[in-house]
Design a protein around this ligand. Structure first.
Ligand code: G3H
Ligand code: 13P
Ligand code: ZN
Ligand code: NA
Length: 278
């Protein structure tokens, strides 16, 4: 069943937990996310993101996600992850329930201008918008964190002037799982941004973050966690376990990948607190 994205988030804010948002990559991974939602009795954001879109095209990825999801009783939302402008508009036309416009690479004033326009269009269609301020590096990229973190004063202005529903922040997280020990999260920055913006925050790159920091981020004002890599690794481990026993059918390997991914997703739903929240 289709969920209402902001109704799901508002419930999480009131209940003091966060909702999981996970990326689909093919039929089996989409099924894994939907089954995890069913098993954990949890709402979930099914994300169509940057890996699948060039590979399959936005429409094909959306159609696959919709077909798998519409057969389920779980509370599901199809969300565009890290969309450039044209993709956001295409997603709105296709019927996505929620979109992220990622203007983090734009100069600040330009990010405000473009995001505000996206919000106007999306809200006309009844669709909420997640935006990003500050830059999120890839794992093991050498960066000067001071130029990557979300600035608190900028966040206040950005949210007031754009009217976004959710804000993705850069607070020491990275996309992927770093080989070396991860940068600790700047929990105080999350608290301050939450306070000045007044809207729920999103933590991308939740894979590879210690559980204690996930809990602290949640308490500080994060109500949507994006995780991909940890679940992809679980899927891969399942396939490798089957293939380590000799040559087997792809379906058999993918079925074991799906089982492992379901278990890993349910575990994250419990950690974020959205299990049994449907
Ligand atoms: O549906 C989306 C808006 O109407 C704008 O779309 O800029 O791709 O024409 P467009
Ligand atoms: P991870 O791969 O680090 O979990 O990041 C996922 C993400 O942020 C998707 O938008
Ligand atoms: Zn992300
Ligand atoms: Na990460």
């Amino acid at each position: 069943a289709w969920g209402n994205p902001m109704e799901i988030i508002d419930r999480a804010v009131r209940g003091g937990y966060a909702v999981g948002a996970f990326n689909m990559h093919n039929l089996e991974t989409t099924q894994a996310l939907v089954r995890a939602a069913e098993q954990a009795n949890s709402p979930v954001f099914l994300q169509v993101g940057r890996a699948i879109v060039p590979h399959r095209g936005l429409r094909a990825a959306y159609e696959m996600t919709r077909r798998v999801a519409e057969e389920s009783d779980a509370e599901l939302v199809i969300h565009l992850d890290h969309g450039p402008l044209e993709e956001v508009y295409e997603a709105i036309k296709l019927g996505f329930h929620s979109v992220m416009f990622d203007g983090a690479h734009l100069p600040f004033e330009e990010n405000i201008k473009v995001t505000r326009r996206v919000v106007e269009v999306a809200h006309d269609f009844g669709i909420p918008v997640e935006a990003e301020l500050g830059k999120i590096p890839d794992a093991d990229e050498q960066v000067d964190w001071s130029s990557y973190y979300t600035d608190v004063a900028q966040a206040e202005r950005f949210v007031a002037e754009t009217g976004v529903d959710l804000l993705a922040v850069s607070v020491g997280i990275v996309h992927g799982v770093p080989m070396s020990s991860p940068q600790p999260l700047d929990i105080e920055r999350i608290e301050k941004i939450r306070e000045v913006t007044g809207i729920p925050l999103v933590l991308h790159g939740a894979s590879g973050v210690p559980e204690s920091e996930i809990r602290a981020a949640l308490a500080a004002g994060v109500h949507k966690f994006n995780a991909d890599t940890d679940l992809r690794h679980a899927f891969r481990a399942g396939m490798e376990a089957v293939w380590s026993e000799g040559d087997r059918q792809l379906e058999e390997a993918m079925a074991e990948g799906r089982e492992r991914m379901i278990a890993a997703t349910v575990e994250k739903m419990r950690l974020y607190g959205c299990a049994d929240a449907a």
